[in-house]
Ligand binder design. Structure first.
Ligand code: NAI
Ligand code: MG
Length: 393
């Protein structure tokens, strides 16, 4: 069956890297139609909605989205850039990514962080004998994508009924004398169902791809209710996977250990906030934003995107300097999701070969400061990187 993919370039370099990923998918023989989905800042400015209903309809119809990146700006900037005829009419800017995740309940976020041999951006450490070690990292982070501190239930100066409810907790005594306007509250909400879904998805992944451990990375000794619920559910689910060890780490300790023994961690599970943090940490070990890909999976709809943003400062550089690998790897995750694993593996092998050969490197891989002059220092253009990957295939 020929698939239809909703291609949502978004803003800035999203518009540059998404077409590059599609070029590679085509070259791998992935037979699909792409329909364009409007998303991002331009649509906020012209329509007062960064995620127009027509894009939601396309995703609901076709179920699979490939997404570049969007730009978002602070409240006052958002208001002032709105089209004059829309100003003062009660439009509020909402992040289209958060809206998309919530609308389709894309509750499972997967962020693989795998080293490519020969990547100059790979993490290295001092060995006991004084030499240098380069551990190969292969960690897949499962981040709960819809709850936790990102659920948006928050107040500065909470209304009276909320304040009264909070005051019924003995620990609120510490804040009894704080005036409402000086009190900000962001709630950390976990549900048992979502905990079960993310933990089960992680164990299934470990089983399917042969990872030996699943680590729950939370903070249950302090944040007892929410982190505690995740841990308790993990202990129950782990029993169904006898060959896979269940480990537990605290987020703070995990951030230290990933700079010491990152190769020890296979699949890692965390809530939304800690998952955001720990996945950036691991991404930094394997090349950073030019290499960090992700999947957002719901029960029906799935959206694949690099974790980088729109990098506005590079959007107008022509030729473009940004690394398309994160976007291309996100396309591979889409292929995996659609059961086209052989094509995904072929693309990943081509990327590995280009990185290992080291002839074609974008500016980030050469550790250069971004700018138009990077080509004179040996950096490849975005398109040259894509061409090299396609040539290897
Ligand atoms: P960013 O990820 O856009 O860029 C940060 C820096 O990382 C860039 O200046 C560049 O040095 C590097 N970088 C990013 N992508 C790269 C690539 N493919 N190759 C090589 N280097 C790359 O984050 P920033 O500057 O904080 O935010 C810019 C805009 O993007 C903001 O409006 C922000 O709200 C938005 N954003 C959107 C995200 C998304 O669409 N998922 C995620 C993060 C930020
Ligand atoms: Mg992040």
């Amino acid at each position: 069956m020929k698939r239809t993919i909703v291609a949502m370039p978004g803003d800035g370099i999203g518009k540059i890297v998404l077409p590059e990923a599609i070029r590679v998918l085509d070259a791998a023989g992935f037979d699909a139609d792409y329909v364009n989905g409007d998303i991002g800042w331009d649509f906020w400015c012209s329509e007062g909605n960064a995620l127009p209903q027509r894009t939601i309809d396309l995703l609901a119809e076709h179920k699979v989205g490939l997404f570049g990146a969007i730009t978002s700006k602070p409240k006052n900037k958002a208001a002032s850039e709105l089209a004059p005829e829309l100003q003062g009419k009660g439009y509020t800017y909402y992040s289209p990514i958060v809206t998309m995740r919530q609308h389709f309940d894309l509750d499972i976020c997967i962020r693989p962080c795998k080293s490519f041999t020969g990547n100059p951006l790979n993490f290295i450490r001092r060995a006991a004998d004084g030499g240098v070690e380069e551990p190969m990292v292969d960690t897949v982070i499962f981040r709960q994508n819809t709850e936790c501190l990102y659920c948006g239930v928050e107040w500065t100066n909470p209304p009276k009924n909320v304040r009264d409810a909070l005051d019924s907790h003995p620990r609120m005594k510490a804040f009894a004398n704080v005036p409402g306007e000086d009190l900000a509250v962001s709630t950390r909400i976990f549900t048992r169902n979502a905990c079960r879904r993310i933990v089960r998805a992680a164990f299934e992944h470990a089983k399917k791809f042969g990872y030996k451990s699943v680590t729950i990375c939370e903070k249950p000794n302090v944040i007892r209710e929410t982190s505690g619920m995740m841990e308790a559910e993990a202990a129950i689910i782990a029993k169904e996977y006898p060959g896979i060890a269940l480990w537990s780490t605290n987020i703070d300790a995990q951030m230290m250990w990933l700079t010491k023994n990152p190769e020890d961690y296979g699949v890692l599970v965390a809530g939304n906030m800690f998952g955001d943090i720990v996945s950036d940490g691991f991404a930094g070990l394997v090349g950073g934003l030019g290499f960090a890909c992700s999947a957002n999976l719901g029960r029906e709809v799935a959206v694949f995107e690099p974790t980088h943003g729109s990098a506005p400062k590079y959007e107008t550089l022509d030729p473009s300097i940004v690394n398309p690998i994160a976007m291309i790897l996100s396309g591979c995750m889409m292929l995996d999701h659609l059961g086209e694993t052989a094509k995904a593996d072929r693309i990943r092998a081509a990327i590995a070969a280009v990185v290992a050969e080291g002839k074609v490197r974008c500016y980030d891989m050469l550790k250069l400061t971004g700018g138009a002059d990077v080509f004179s220092k040996g950096a490849a253009t975005t398109q040259q990187m894509t061409d090299a990957i396609i040539a290897k295939m």
